[in-house]
Design a protein around this ligand. Structure first.
Ligand SMILES: *Cc1c(COP(=O)(O)O)cnc(C)c1O
Length: 345
C-alpha cells in the first residue's frame, strides 16, 4: 500500500477539523454543562449527541470483534461511501474501479464528487478475476469497490480474488458487506489487522431491520478512521439513532431469529420461483434477495404493480436483462407474490 498521506487529498490531510464543545470537554464527570449554548430545558433532546458515538461503538466492537478506534459510524453506509471520495479522491484527477453490475451509490457518489468511475464487467457467473480489476487501475486509482454479497446479483465474490486484489493494489479496497449476515461466508473484518488498505462496510439497514434509523458502519485501520472522523459532520448520528441502535444491538437474539426465518423463506420462495413457467432462471444468492430471469421482466413487473406487489425491475442493468430482483418478505408477503404470479395471464 502507498502511504496514507499519498492516498489522502492534500487539503484533507492538512485539514484542521471543527472542534465542538462536546469534543473539547470529555474528561471528568461533570454536573453542569454551560459550554455548548444548549437550552437547559427539554431533556434529553436539548443536548448535542456524542460526536464519536462511543457507547454504540463499544457494543459493535463486542459483536464484531473490531476495536472501537477502528469503527466509523455514519448516516447509513451511504455516508461511508461518500467519504471515500471526499477524503481520498481529487476531483477531475483521481479515479476508482468497481465491479459491474453493483450497488448504484458508488457511481452516484463518484459523479457528485467529479471522480472518474471505471468498471470491470462480471463474468457469466457474476464473478471477477483480481487481474481484471488491477488491470483497470492506473497511478491515479485511489479505491477499488467490491460488493460481496453483491447487489443486485446476490452472489458473493470469490474470497481468494478479493484477497489477491487487497494484496496487490497500492490504494484502498472497499468491501461492502451490507448482506454479510445472510451469507455462509465470514466477514472480511478478520483481515483488517493484516490489511491496512482494507475498508469493510456493513449496515444496520438489512439483517438488523433498522433501515429507518440510518446507521452504517465502516471498519478500517485507525489511521483511515481518523481521517473519516475529521471530515464527517460533527454530529452525524443523531441522539435518536444512537439510542435505537444501542437497543437493537442489545437484542442480537431476535436478529438471529429473523435471519434464520428469512433464509428458510428464501429457499422456499426460490424453489417456487424456479417452477413458475414464466421464470427462466433463479440465480444463486447469499443475500435476503435473489435475481430471477423472467420471460418478460417488464410485463411481470407491471402486472405485479397492478396487484399492489412491488419488486425491483433490473432489466435495464448490465447482465440483468429480463431480471427481477426479489426481496424476501414475510411468509404472507411471499405467498401473495407467488399467488399473483401463478394467476398471471
Ligand atoms: C442496502 C445496501 C446498503 C445499505 O445502505 P445504508 O445507507 O446503510 O442503508 C449498502 N450497500 C449495499 C450494497 C446495499 O445493497
Amino acid at each position: 500500500m502507498k502511504n496514507l498521506k499519498d492516498l489522502t487529498r492534500p487539503n484533507i490531510w492538512s485539514l484542521a477539523p471543527y472542534s465542538s464543545a462536546r469534543n473539547e470537554y470529555s474528561g471528568h464527570i461533570a454536573r453542569v454543562f454551560l459550554d455548548a449554548n444548549e437550552n437547559p430545558y427539554n431533556n434529553p433532546y436539548n443536548r448535542y449527541p456524542d460526536p464519536l458515538q462511543q457507547e454504540v461503538k463499544e457494543r459493535i466492537s463486542q459483536i464484531k470483534h473490531v476495536p472501537t478506534e477502528c469503527i466509523f459510524l455514519g448516516n447509513g453506509s451511504d455516508e461511508a461511501i461518500d467519504l471515500v471520495y471526499r477524503c481520498f479522491c481529487e476531483p477531475k484527477k483521481d479515479n476508482v474501479v468497481a465491479i459491474e453490475p453493483t450497488y448504484g451509490m458508488y457511481r452516484v457518489c463518484a459523479d457528485i464528487n467529479d471522480v472518474e468511475y471505471r468498471t470491470v464487467l462480471l463474468d457469466e457467473n457474476f464473478q471477477v478475476r483480481a487481474e481484471s480489476l488491477l488491470d483497470a487501475c492506473d497511478e491515479n486509482t485511489k479505491a477499488i469497490w467490491i460488493c460481496s454479497p453483491n447487489n443486485p446479483t446476490g452472489n458473493r465474490i470469490n474470497r481468494e480474488e478479493i484477497i489477491k486484489v487487497i494484496e496487490n493494489f497500492q490504494g484502498l479496497v472497499v468491501v461492502d458487506e451490507a448482506y454479510i449476515d445472510f451469507s455462509q461466508e465470514e466477514s472480511m473484518t478478520k483481515h483488517l489487522p493484516a490489511c491496512p488498505n482494507l475498508i469493510v462496510l456493513q449496515t444496520l439497514s438489512k439483517a438488523w431491520g433498522s433501515a429507518a434509523i440510518r446507521c452504517g458502519m465502516a471498519f478500517a485501520g485507525k489511521d483511515i478512521i481518523d481521517i473519516y472522523n475529521k471530515v464527517k459532520y460533527p454530529y452525524n448520528l443523531n441522539y435518536l439513532t444512537q439510542k435505537q441502535a444501542l437497543e437493537r444491538l442489545n437484542n442480537t437474539f431476535e436478529v438471529e431469529q429473523w435471519v434464520k426465518l428469512l433464509l428458510q423463506e428464501r429457499r422456499q420462495l426460490m424453489e417456487a420461483f424456479s417452477l413458475l413457467p414464466i421464470c427462466r432462471k433463479v440465480y444463486p444468492t447469499d443475500a435476503n434477495f435473489f435475481l430471477a430471469e423472467m420471460d418478460d421482466a417488464q410485463k411481470t413487473y407491471d402486472y405485479l404493480v397492478g396487484k399492489g406487489v412491488i419488486v425491483r425491475n433490473r432489466t435495464r442493468i448490465t447482465l440483468c436483462h429480463n431480471c427481477l430482483r426479489i426481496t424476501v418478505g414475510t411468509k404472507d408477503e411471499n405467498s401473495e407474490l407467488l399467488s399473483a404470479l401463478r394467476t398471471m395471464e
